[in-house]
Design a protein around this ligand. Structure first.
Ligand SMILES: Nc1ncnc2c1ncn2[C@@H]1O[C@H](COP(=O)(O)OP(=O)(O)OP(=O)(O)O)[C@@H](O)[C@H]1O
Ligand SMILES: [Mg+2]
Length: 318
């Protein structure tokens, strides 16, 4: 283990299904008490990596560790320390919320008063206490997600692995889920969470990793994510210009400028990456006006997680 504060570690992990390289040499670590966001398009390898971490599948090569224990060598110790919320969980007819949680508490060998306390604590934390006697198959999507989170928490694991927990939730339920995840991190739990919803992850995560075709393309703090091969990328700003009149001519004019990368036209808006300081930005605005373009608005912003995602991934599928 590299250091005792690293609660999750992927070390040169591979998982191949025939020709498909679902996970293709992934390595990274997650520190205690932090939330790591796994972002990637469909088929990127998020679920496969998470299932291996949860000991539900075996790597083709490499290893993964939870609190220093190998998923290959020590799966039992891993299971005691890890709670997994899969992307789909079924419910059962004729089982209410309390019975459902109690069943999973029994599966983790919790007994007597300890088990009752675990069920009560989880219902209290997830806000399910008011629905304790409700049948699980009648729950709304939001409440069902709470139940699945509760089930993952029942044995008080130190590491939580949540596969797209926000999928299908309404805006309020998303915010509530986010608060629960931050709460868990504040209590010292280490969380690995996957999503396609980038803005969602930027709110809740300390660190994010972008994965595509089984490879980790970028990893870093949300506000300073770096591309491993092009670290200079983060210095570039996203510029957005709104024009009145012909945007095509302006786009062509801009494309000829060496400081401008990846210009994109969207209606009356042109956006691009700009590699320059504030003075050069002002010079560009003056040059555009001198060239007779009717600039309605001109501004820059830092790259969002979404920008980085679009640059780093190429939309490849397998
Ligand atoms: N059991 C399996 N047998 C064969 N191929 C599989 C199996 N499980 C996953 N794959 C393939 O591995 C790749 C990665 O799938 P995975 O489910 O890990 O992606 P994901 O990032 O979770 O995608 P999504 O965002 O759609 O959930 C895909 O190409 C998928 O078809
Ligand atoms: Mg998945």
């Amino acid at each position: 283990m590299i250091d005792s504060n690293t609660m999750i570690e992927f070390r040169g992990l591979f998982r191949h299904f025939g020709q498909t390289k679902a996970v293709d040499g992934v390595s990274f670590g997650v520190e205690r008490g932090t939330v790591f966001g796994f972002i990637g398009p469909n088929g990127a390898g998020k679920t496969t990596s998470m299932r291996i971490l949860a000991t539900l599948d075996q790597p083709t090569a490499g290893d993964a560790f939870v609190d220093g224990f190998s998923v290959v060598e020590d799966p039992d110790r891993v299971r005691h320390r890890l709670g997994f919320m899969p992307d789909y969980t079924g419910t059962y007819p004729n089982v209410n919320v309390r019975e459902y949680l109690d069943f999973f508490a029994r599966a983790y060998h919790l007994r007597g008063a300890k088990r009752e306390r675990a069920v009560e604590e989880v219902m209290d934390f997830t806000g399910l206490d008011v629905l304790a006697d409700k049948p699980t198959d009648g729950l709304s999507k939001g409440m069902r997600q709470r139940l699945c989170l509760g089930r993952a928490l029942i044995h008080d694991p130190t590491v939580l692995v949540l596969d797209e927990p926000a999928a299908g939730l309404d805006p309020r339920a998303r915010i509530e889920l986010r608060e629960m995840i931050r709460d868990l991190a504040a209590k010292g739990k280490t969380v690995l969470i996957s999503s396609h919803i980038l803005t969602e992850l930027s709110e809740v995560c300390d660190t994010v990793g972008i994965i595509e075709q089984g490879r980790l393309l970028a990893v870093g703090a949300v506000d300073a994510i770096q591309h491993p091969r092009h670290k200079a990328r983060q210095a570039k700003k996203v510029m957005e210009i709104r024009l009145i009149g012909d945007t095509q001519a302006a786009a062509e004019w801009l494309a000829a400028n060496a400081q401008i990368e990846k210009p994109q036209t969207d209606g009356q808006k042109i956006s691009f990456l700009f590699d320059g300081d504030r003075q050069q930005q002002a010079d560009l605005l003056r040059a555009m006006i001198m060239a007779d373009f009717q600039v309605e608005s001109f501004g820059s912003r830092r790259q969002s997680l979404e920008d980085v995602f679009m640059q780093v991934t190429e939309g490849l599928v397998q």
